[in-house]
Design a protein around this ligand. Sequence first.
Ligand code: IVH
Length: 702
Amino acid sequence: MTDPRARHQELVQDIEAHRHAYYAEDAPTVSDAEYDSLERELRELEARHPELATPESPTQTVGGAVATGFASVAHRERMMSLDNAFSVEDVEAWLARVEKEAGPQRIVCEPKIDGLSISLTYERGELVRGVTRGDGTTGEDVTANVLTIAGLPHRLAGEHVPGLVEIRGEVFLPVAAFEELNAGLLEEGKAPYANPRNTAAGSLRQKDPSVTATRPLAVTAYALGALDWAGTAPDPRASSQHGIYEVLASWGLPVTEHARVVTGVAEVEAYLADLEARRHAMIHEIDGAVLKVEDRAVQGRLGSTSRAPRWAIAYKFAPEEVHTTLLDIRVDVGRTGRVTPYGVMTPVTVAGSTVTYATLHNAHEVARKGVLIGDTVVLRKAGDVIPEIVGPVVAARTGAERAWTMPGECPSCGTPLAEQKEGDKDLRCPNSERCPAQIVDRIAFIGSRGALDVEVLGEKAAHALVESGVLANEAGLFDLSEEDLRRVPLFTYDVDEKLTRRQVEAGVEGRRAGDVSANGLKLLENLAGARSQPLWRVVVSLSIRHVGPTASRALATAFGSMDAIRAASEQDLAAVDGVGSVIAESVLQWFEVPWHAEIVDRWAAAGVRMEDERDESVVRTLEGLTVVATGSLEGFTRDSVKEAIISRGGKAAASVSKNTDYVVVGANAGSKAAKADQLGVPILDEAGFVRLLEVGPAAQAE
Ligand code: IVH
């Protein structure tokens, strides 16, 4: 085992270096989660070896050593940090400690804003100073910059204004402003900022306040520091925690609207769950919740350690941003030949799932992000969003990293890569006829849910069918026989089945090595079933560029048969609602290629549906109407809602505009319902929708 003293020293050094990078340089070297875990290890080590917990230990101090450049200012009252809870159990343990000492308590729950703390001094109601937290005792004077923050009053409002007050709060950059700022930087070809917190910190610590003024920073106030109170009005410190927020608000300071006073562990946990669910719907980033005892007398009784109050705790959500190593950058060839670089990383857990790969989109993105193979990278997965490599941690470089270059040739077939047209960001492999990677991807795509939905026909099966030479491309897919599958190891048994003596005596014929497996038979059966999928799904399955489910549906509805689509002129095609000139040109060019035409011919010969019979029993009640469905309905899936609208002659649109005739609103609908309301578009519930399908607009009159 390592010597605890040596490990202690190592941890202290690491933590101090990370604190410096985070607070003084606005350029963190580790993720918040890693930092928290170092601090936790140090705290545990000191619990086992109390002699190591000197007053200088980071467990006893508040992070943020003062850097040069700004004048240092002593806080009149110390600025505290918060202890962390990383699980609901930690929260329960904290609440149990509090309630053991002070009995049942009302608890104020509020968001933990991911910004930087600030102390604002008002003298006789006038904002005279803004100071960063620093080490809690002394911070940096950023008054000139603080004065540029739009929502922050320079004068306190109300009649009862103290002679002097320090107000504590969090400075942040709203997410929308951050995104806008980054979009602008990207447009100018500059590197974007990593996240709103660092941008806010960097903005507040600008040497030139006119730069800060261009950043739409905001503040939320949440505590009082020093206070000189004279006069007849009640002293705000005698109020409750929540009452303090009311006093702050009465002075015209921005306070959170998300604070709630609750009682008992169940209500606290319900708040935490609700807050986490709404995490991305807030104007600022939050990294958890802060729980505070409501009763100020109890707060006083519980007191503080040298760095944090005992009457409050920060509950941290699972991190959405982590650091990991970029082991390699590889390229993938997609079904339309697009060649996409992606990062291979040391697997990490982020926002609850394990991530190993993340797309890097194209070579320009790799260059823009500036990542090198071997880099420590910031990986971010916010909410349901696909994991993204944000950028490198430059400070963590060792010199062993190496640059990546986009290959000039297709990694699958060796054909030189090219832009489809000048100025394209993507490179493509033009060999769509023979490139194995493209053929495999196209075949797997045919099996996918959005196309012909053939169970068993996935990436692995497609690969096996092509590799064994049974399929040269997708043209022969519906001609596959049991005989063919015998040549595909994936679909055969590799050993004879062992039979019991009784089975042998009873004449049971066991399966033999080389026989087609149950899975293989299932594939054939599913392919047979897929032949009668509706025409639009067959169109999707052809992997024509730009022709996704929406365009395919539009084409199938407008022309009714593959022959009619094929025979249509570019003009006819472009005239279809939801098609347009780009798609029309793409469709026309696709059918002109002989091997493409052969796919369609062979599928037709194999019995794949090439014509939609109009179901005459379905009355075209929605002819000419545009309907948007949002939220989940009980009797419909996403697909079947569209099907229902289109088969009745209507158009199923994705977004609400003034051309929308009806909006159908199901459970958990998002902003579309509000938009409809705003535009005065009629809103239907599920029952109203069903009626609309039956009788058309007449339903409204009922
Ligand atoms: S109260 C004495 N409330 O989190 C209590 N802090 O990790 C002082 N923070 O230094 C803090 N949102 O910068 C409080 N609603 C909130 C907060 C909050 C964010 C920050 C604050 C603090 C840090 C501790």
